[in-house]
Design a protein around this ligand. Structure first.
Ligand SMILES: Nc1ncnc2c1ncn2[C@@H]1O[C@H](COP(=O)(O)OP(=O)(O)OP(=O)(O)O)[C@@H](O)[C@H]1O
Ligand SMILES: Nc1ncnc2c1ncn2[C@@H]1O[C@H](COP(=O)(O)OP(=O)(O)OP(=O)(O)O)[C@@H](O)[C@H]1O
Ligand SMILES: [Mg+2]
Ligand SMILES: [Mg+2]
Lengths: 256, 256
């Protein structure tokens, strides 16, 4: 039974896409059958894997409004164990169009039901908001992975996200657990990073993942070549960190 | 007649709030009567100016749904020429509640009409999306200031934003102009920054503002003290860059 992990945080630019793409790629490298869903209208997860959106027919929006099945819009990637469902710019309208639809918060959950047994992991990259797309992803997920930059503004948004997670638990998904809080773009040289890390560890203790992702320019370069970090530069500190994160996620899944 | 500048980009974490807060503070330091509107449910612009949201009664959401006038929700800040209208977490619901309202895209434009002659500049900090909040801000604005990180993913989103601006021009605001594209978090040492800068200058030439904001950790530290950069560390490279930006914005406004 595939585990669904939603990568979300309404704060922008915290490393959601970088985490979703690289976690999915490392899971595939460890021969776990993985599906990455790009649920952000910006489509960064597609380009992070070198998939040209305007070259594909189907996308996730057709699935959540009920026109197509998941299997009809799934595309393969450069990696054998990794498949992708692209997003589309039309997702921007989804927030407005879904509002008056039946079961508007659980359309992704229903769509994923048949697909779960075909994959070991299903990773969902969310947009930077707490609207209907993120709510759909939280309602469909087993766990939520929360990337957070080691910056002051990112710290502020965390309690808002945790409150939303509790609301989703109460209304749509009682079993929603937290995979963990992932510290990203950590720069050990700055006092700011050190202070934010300490603050998060004090408030969230156990829920903070052991792996910390360092700021590493190779992570920013890789998407311009359409490659995940382990294919672009496997010796980089960014690749090492995402391989460590993947070991943690696999061991959490196996412990159950 | 006050000039309304919308600071927007649906890509997250590109420096919208940092730009809105510091531009507004530098305009106030230049004795321009300035109003900063925090239109992002995260409320980062409030904390960037040291205003505790839970300490204030009124906020921008009450204005756009028609319960309160702008003057009823305006609060003063540490700086004499700078006032703020706080956001609220309820703005998350605005995207859904506004959908079925009359004139849903132009509610901010109507609300600002009486306030325009009381200020020289009205700056609007937008959330990272192209939903109804950002549309309201673009419909109300004279110009749009587009911060963009010197990173690959940020480059991808620019054409989507420019298309939305054209749509807003056609439907709600024919005079909407581009204040400029502002390069932020520039790190001259990395090849990535240099490549992205070149790419933007080639594609967008004239529309790129002369001022480039360097990556400067002092800009990330300032919000944790609730101060704009010119009050936190006026000698920093971040403060110098935002003072230069402000000169550019003032001279653009005076040229008309
Ligand atoms: N550890 C890192 N070191 C250096 N750069 C990074 C790192 N993680 C992410 N980046 C870069 O920082 C920027 C923001 O990351 P990313 O786009 O993954 O964040 P996001 O949360 O998905 O943003 P959005 O909110 O827009 O969806 C990107 O340009 C990315 O390449
Ligand atoms: N020039 C800079 N140098 C260093 N850090 C910066 C710079 N500009 C912004 N930052 C930091 O980078 C992070 C992202 O900036 P900011 O929050 O202003 O972006 P945003 O576009 O408003 O994000 P969101 O999309 O979530 O609204 C913040 O933690 C901020 O303090
Ligand atoms: Mg993203
Ligand atoms: Mg912001």
């Amino acid at each position: 039974m595939g585990k669904v992990v939603s990568v979300s945080n309404q704060k922008g630019g915290v490393g959601k896409t970088t985490t979703a793409v690289n976690l999915a790629a490392c899971l595939a490298a460890a021969e776990r059958k993985t599906l990455l869903i790009d649920f952000d209208p910006q489509g960064n997860a597609c380009s992070g894997l070198g998939v040209q959106r305007n070259g594909v027919e189907g996308h996730i929006y057709q699935v959540i409004i009920g026109n197509k099945a998941l299997s009809e819009v799934t595309v393969s990637t450069e990696m054998p164990w990794l498949e992708l469902i692209p997003s589309t710019i039309d997702l921007i309208g989804a927030e407005i169009e879904l509002v008056n639809m039946e079961g508007r918060e659980t359309r992704l959950k229903e769509a994923l039901r048949p697909a779960r047994e075909n994959y070991d992991f299903i990773i969902v990259d969310c947009p930077p908001s707490l609207g209907l797309l993120t709510l759909n992803s939280l309602a469909a997920a087993d766990t939520v992975l929360i990337p957070i930059q080691c910056e002051y503004y990112a710290l502020e948004g965390l309690s808002m996200l945790l409150r939303t997670i509790q609301q989703v638990r109460r209304s749509f998904n009682p079993d929603l657990a937290i995979e963990g809080i992932l510290l990203t773009m950590h720069d050990g040289r700055t006092l700011l990073s050190q202070q934010v890390v300490r603050e998060i560890q004090v408030h969230f203790g156990e829920r903070v993942l052991r792996t910390v992702i360092p700021r590493n320019v190779r992570l920013g370069e890789a998407p311009s070549f359409g490659k995940p970090i382990i294919l672009y530069d496997v010796r980089s500190s960014g690749a090492e960190a995402y391989l460590n994160l993947t070991r943690e996620v696999i061991s959490n899944a196996e412990r159950g």
